[in-house]
Design a protein around this ligand. Structure first.
Ligand code: ADE
Ligand code: ZN
Length: 293
């Protein structure tokens, strides 16, 4: 094990659906007899398709891949495979996201997904002492009413869920649309986070702060707004950066290295480094820390 793997790490921004490796996707498609529901015939075809021009082109494939996740055991196996990799790379604490609506929309019950994820996290705690807390994310592109419905379902499994977040398409779906869902979630005692300023503007980071978040996921576009940077620094507001993700989704295309250096160079921000959707972007935690952008 090299030094980077050996360092104890916390993973605060990883989507479990984004840890679905092509081999596991094909395996589950066969196990569940749904090969006809994914747009690939082989692992090689899956890998070849992973060439993204922006966030949406990635999300389209990411949601398509989820068609293979149907049973509680599938969610367990997905989570467990991720946890084994994370453990091998020195992750000792993880707060994984998953998107309940991606599954309930396909008539997979909320409980099927959350129970599978939760059971795997508990097994990792028993086996390695790895601590964790599930964050469910509302899908921005389904709108605020659907987020409220998702929250209602989450209340039935409150003991398994630590927080709520906001993800999916950013442009055209500003975070302020979700004020009611976040106010309700806070009143129920959930922790709050939100994706913001990934490919959308700094204004969406302001809107995330107004939702009452305790972390901003990505937030790299905060660079556009010096007043916002000052506020983030003063509040010690964590930004969960995902360098490989930004590289693969062409965020600040051609100048990502400079932008990251600018952000780190400020020296006063609370920044964490994370893997986002490692099966799609080609690297788990350790690679985030060693890749040239
Ligand atoms: N869902 C999964 N990965 C995401 C990302 N990078 N941005 C927004 N939503 C996502
Ligand atoms: Zn993310």
């Amino acid at each position: 094990m090299d030094l980077v793997d050996a360092l104890p790490k916390a993973e605060l921004h990883v989507h479990l659906e984004g840890t679905l490796e092509p081999e596991q996707m094909m395996y589950l498609a066969q196990r569940n007899n749904v090969l006809d529901q994914i747009p690939y015939d082989s692992v090689e075809e899956v890998r070849k398709a992973y060439d993204f021009k922006d966030l949406q082109s990635f999300l389209d494939l990411y949601y398509a891949g989820c068609a293979v996740l149907l049973e509680q055991q599938d969610f367990y196996d997905l989570t467990w495979a991720y946890l084994e990799r994370a453990h091998a790379e020195g992750v000792v604490h993880v707060e994984p996201f998953f998107d309940p609506q991606t599954h309930t929309q396909r008539n997979v019950p909320f409980g099927t997904a959350v129970k599978g994820v939760h059971a795997a996290l508990k097994d990792a705690e028993a086996k390695w002492g790895m601590t964790s807390g599930i964050i469910i994310c509302f899908l921005r592109h389904l709108g605020p009413e659907a987020a409220l419905e998702c929250l209602e379902e989450a209340l039935l499994f409150k003991d398994m869920i630590m927080g709520v977040g906001l993800d999916s398409t950013e442009i055209g779906w500003p975070n302020k649309l979700f004020t009611e869902a976040f106010t309700r979630a806070k009143a129920e005692g959930f922790r709050l986070v939100a994706h913001a300023g990934e490919e959308g503007p700094a204004e969406n980071v302001h809107q995330a702060l107004a939702l009452g978040v305790q972390r901003v996921d990505h937030g790299i576009h905060s660079l556009e707004d010096p007043d916002l940077l000052k506020q983030l620094a003063e509040r010690r507001m964590p930004l969960t950066l995902c360098p490989l993700s930004n590289l693969k989704l062409k965020v600040y295309d051609g100048e990502l290295q400079e932008r990251m250096q600018e952000l780190f160079g400020l020296g006063n921000l609370c920044i964490t480094v994370n893997s986002d959707d490692p099966a799609y972007f080609g690297g788990y935690m350790s690679l985030q820390l060693t890749t040239e952008l």
